[in-house]
Design a protein around this ligand. Structure first.
Ligand SMILES: Nc1ncnc2c1ncn2[C@@H]1O[C@H](COP(=O)(O)OP(=O)(O)O)[C@@H](O)[C@H]1O
Ligand SMILES: [Mg+2]
Length: 282
């Protein structure tokens, strides 16, 4: 593989992570992670709780706690992101790199309308008038298929359902047209039907924008729906990596096999005639 990605080359990865290692005073939480994500592609990062998925995403965005030390390399369009200044990372975050988290309520301010918050996210990076930014917000909400987007820009976060709030977060992530979307367990808090709708939406959004996406989940059923490539993590280490097809049809690693054996397919769950308790379900 080429070792010198450039902005001009069409097939250069948008994100290139090499030998990423994250250490806290109490121990190493990510030990040698490497992967690339190309334009329009989704990397699914999967593993049990505590395996180092969120720490990986925080390292990419420059949001790790101060006591963490990192080595290795995280290149975005060829530019190193590790050890950059807070000011420089703030400019990149939200503009070229967007984030979607599990809990939209903790990311949204309850005292401002969702339209205002999306508009301000836009203006912080792109400037322009408040009125123009509000139009961008309504457009973004319409793109994520929030009904009556033009009217609902004036509503507050608590006036939306959980699924609609996650659509608001996706609209906010999209409004600056980022090249990279990092979604950390974006559907984990949602019930399974809404989860499937949000996954469909994310896939459409990506088709539309051709952004690269890092999709983090503990749930292999979810990752199977959305990923082109998959990285399986355990205890901070990468145990298996490949195309989604390889991983799901012919896993190599015993841990991946065990995860797969314990995973109901999302469509199976949706087809169940009645709710039943599943082993290991949360
Ligand atoms: N501030 C911290 N100091 C030390 N270890 C931490 C800190 N925050 C998280 N960890 C540890 O890092 C490991 C990876 O956490 P995380 O990336 O959040 O896991 P995941 O997202 O896969 O569930 C966990 O074992 C967690 O206990
Ligand atoms: Mg996590």
């Amino acid at each position: 593989m080429s070792a010198h990605p450039s902005r001009a080359a069409g097939d250069a990865p948008v994100l290139s992570v090499r030998d990423l290692r994250i250490e806290f005073p109490l121990g190493v939480v990510v030990d040698g992670s490497s992967f690339d994500i190309a334009r329009g592609q989704t990397m699914g990062l999967v593993g049990e709780s505590g395996s180092g998925k969120s720490m990986t995403s925080l390292a990419i965005m420059g949001l790790l706690p101060k006591e963490a030390t990192t080595t290795g390399s995280v290149r975005f369009h060829g530019d190193e992101l590790l050890h950059r200044s807070d000011a420089s990372m703030r400019r990149t975050r939200g503009d070229q790199i967007a984030m979607i988290f599990q809990d939209p309520l903790s990311s949204l301010n309850p005292y401002y309308t969702v339209g205002f918050q999306i508009a301000e996210a836009y203006r912080a990076h792109k400037g322009g008038t408040k009125a123009a930014a509000m139009r961008k917000a309504a457009e973004a909400m319409d793109r994520v298929r929030i009904p009556d987007a033009a009217g609902r820009v004036g509503h507050y976060p608590h006036q939306f359902s959980g699924g609609m709030r996650q659509r608001v977060m996706i609209a906010m992530a999209l409004v600056c047209e980022p090249d990279l979307i990092i979604a950390d367990e974006p559907t984990t808090a949602l019930d399974v039907t809404v989860q499937a709708q949000i996954l469909d939406l994310l896939a459409d959004v990506q088709e539309m924008t051709q952004a690269a996406m890092l999709f983090i989940t503990h749930d292999l059923a979810v990752v199977s729906q959305i990923s082109d490539h998959v990285t399986v993590m355990r205890f901070g280490r990468t145990v298996e990596q490949g195309t989604a097809e390889q991983i799901f049809s012919n896993p190599d690693n015993d841990y991946t096999k065990a995860l797969l054996a314990a995973t109901p397919r999302l469509d199976d769950v949706v087809d169940l005639p009645e709710p039943i308790l599943t082993k290991g379900g949360k």
